[in-house]
Design a protein around this ligand. Structure first.
Ligand code: KG4
Ligand code: ZN
Length: 342
């Protein structure tokens, strides 16, 4: 093995996915994700069940990541893990496991901020990868966050705007729940929306600051809209599901695009990235491609598998911190609340 061969194991356990990944000099060798089906019937993640499932999954998931990468644990140079934000019980499983393994192997431990990792996933090396140049603006959209972030270098980030209530992922998931779709409903709304008319129903957009978001009013609007129509026609949802989903998705994506336009105006930065679970959405991806043509932006859309929670993003963040010698102390603790700037 050449001395410049760096192998990083990344471990992600912040919510309901147990994931482990091996990155070799910035390239992904493996990215194993165990989804937890157990939450679907509860309509959301049950924290107690999530931590128990992590406990069961973590050893086999890490073993599989190492074997798929065709290396042994002795080849590893460092272990990176998600420190936060997330569910405390879930984070503790990954944190404790990462510490024990790093201690056992006598290699550095690297703590990673989950929200920074969503953004840093853009620096995973792929065939034809195009890295965003600094500074760039990233719309970070997930189940827990909705932020516009200015990224000045790998480790320097500034929040330009954020949601004052629900995250955009919650807006998708709660709308889906109103429509009787299982958790997480975001991908299902996306799927039905592709067969529907986005202009079939109109929802009003919230009035908040130029770079801030609000989604709780939209959720209430959708709830009242469904209740009213269900009263008149009990089959309303079944008969119009595709159109309802397309209209909800259109409204949400319109809001996101409008805020990005405001961000470009404020910062004069035209390099625009998206990150987080909701960046898997087909409509926002399409609209960003169009923005290149219409508005002269250069857009950075993560590969589909690096949008929702995964350990490759933790491993790449760990790799960048390893190169910068940013190691964690063995007494580091998980943090349920952690800003993208921390
Ligand atoms: O980043 P992520 O995996 O977990 C958090 O850190 O929150 O994001 C999960 C969120 C969920 O709300 C899920 O419904 C949403 O991402 N999501 C989508 C799509 N795929 C995942 N929302 C809309 N369209 C999608 N295709
Ligand atoms: Zn996430």
């Amino acid at each position: 093995m050449a001395t410049n061969d760096i192998y990083i194991l990344g471990i992600e356990s912040s919510c309901d996915d147990t994931s482990a990944s091996i990155i070799h000099n910035g390239k992904v060798l493996s990215n194993v994700i165990a989804n937890q089906e157990v939450h679907a019937k509860y309509g959301g993640v049950v924290p107690e069940l999530a931590s128990r499932a992590h406990q069961q999954n973590i050893v086999p998931v890490v073993q599989q990541a190492i074997s798929q990468a065709n290396i042994t644990k002795e080849d590893l140079n460092a272990i990176a893990f998600t420190k936060g934000p997330g569910l405390m019980g879930s984070l503790l499983v990954g944190t404790s496991f990462a510490k024990s393994l790093a201690l056992g192997l006598g290699i550095p431990l690297i703590d990673v901020n989950h929200m920074q990792a969503h953004i840093l996933a853009h620096f995973i090396e792929e065939e034809q990868s195009k890295f965003p140049p600094f500074p760039f603006v990233c719309l970070t959209i997930s189940g827990g966050h909705t932020q516009i972030v200015k990224i000045s270098n790998h480790f320097e980030m500034e929040i330009l705007g954020e949601t004052i209530d629900d995250a955009v992922g919650e807006a998708f998931d709660k709308s889906a729940k109103i429509l009787g779709l299982p958790y997480p409903g975001g991908p299902l709304i996306d799927k039905h929306a592709q067969k529907g008319n986005p202009k079939a129903f109109q929802f009003t957009q919230p009035k908040v600051g130029d770079l801030d978001f609000s989604f709780s009013g939209l959720k209430t609007q959708i709830l009242y809209f469904i209740q009213k129509n269900n009263k008149e026609n009990p089959n309303f949802i079944a008969e119009h599901l595709n159109d309802i989903c397309a209209s909800i998705q259109y409204t949400i994506v319109e809001i996101l695009m409008k805020k990005l336009k405001n961000a470009v105006k404020h910062t004069e930065i035209k390099h625009i990235a998206i990150a987080g679970g909701v960046s898997a959405n087909s409509e926002i991806r399409k609209r960003l491609v169009l923005a290149e043509k219409h508005w002269g932006w250069t857009t950075y859309i993560p590969k589909f598998e690096y949008t929702t929670d995964n350990a490759a993003m933790i491993a790449i963040a760990g790799y960048l911190k390893f190169l910068d010698k940013q190691y964690a102390s063995i007494s580091v603790s998980a943090q349920a609340r952690l800003k993208v700037t921390e």
